[in-house]
Design a protein around this ligand. Structure first.
Ligand SMILES: [Fe+2]
Length: 199
């Protein structure tokens, strides 16, 4: 657990009071080394055992990223997990969506293109707090790797190294938009959001 201190807070409102910039008091920032000891939890266990579920949620809150194992390799498991913990937040792609190559793809995620580091759904305000990805079938060829980064740590490092650039990114609103048609829910969308890159 990491308590807020001047070292792990983005803003200091005074010399005595520390206000974390969207950091939870018990949030742990991580880097590349986390890949070697990433927190893991058993999918069947957290569905059956409330203590295991509590530990999973606590670690999720602390690290923001966990690996769940022993998930049945069939669709519908994300719904089971989400409804066991809370509820699904629907977007214009539906309650869930399948990341697979599609003809007339309406999102880069549905193509063969490499996806660099990014955040999802910056173009809507009703953003899911947690994203659950279920790998049902791994590619047998090259590719298919996940690239994940602790954006809080990136922001923290940026603030230390380039405080002015950090300040600009927390203050200047940027336009984000998403336009297209989602056949699964028969929904034509054109969403637009405006907010700073770091908030
Ligand atoms: Fe994404």
């Amino acid at each position: 657990m990491q308590a807020p201190t001047p070292e792990n807070c983005f803003y200091m409102s005074s010399s005595t009071m520390c206000i974390p910039y969207r950091l939870w008091p018990h949030q742990t920032l991580w880097g590349a080394a986390y890949a070697d000891n990433i927190k893991r939890a058993s999918f069947p266990e957290i569905l059956q055992d409330d203590e295991a579920l509590y530990n999973f949620l606590t670690e999720l809150e602390e690290y923001g990223l966990l690996v769940l194992h022993d998930i049945p390799r069939k669709r519908g498991q994300i719904e089971i997990l989400s409804e066991h913990v809370g509820f699904l937040k629907r977007t214009h792609y539906g309650n869930t969506f399948s990341v697979e190559q599609k003809i007339d793809a309406n999102n880069l995620a549905y193509t063969f293109s490499t996806l660099n580091l990014h955040v999802d759904f910056p173009y809507i305000t009703y953003v899911p707090g947690v994203q659950v990805l279920h790998c049902i079938s791994q590619t047998t060829g090259e590719g298919g790797d996940n690239l994940l980064v602790d954006a809080f740590n990136a922001a923290y490092q940026l603030q230390k190294l380039h405080p002015h650039k950090f300040e600009v990114l927390t203050r200047v609103p940027v336009d984000f938009k998403d336009k297209g048609y989602e056949p699964k829910v028969n929904y034509e969308f054109h969403t637009r959001n405006q907010e700073p890159v770091i908030k």
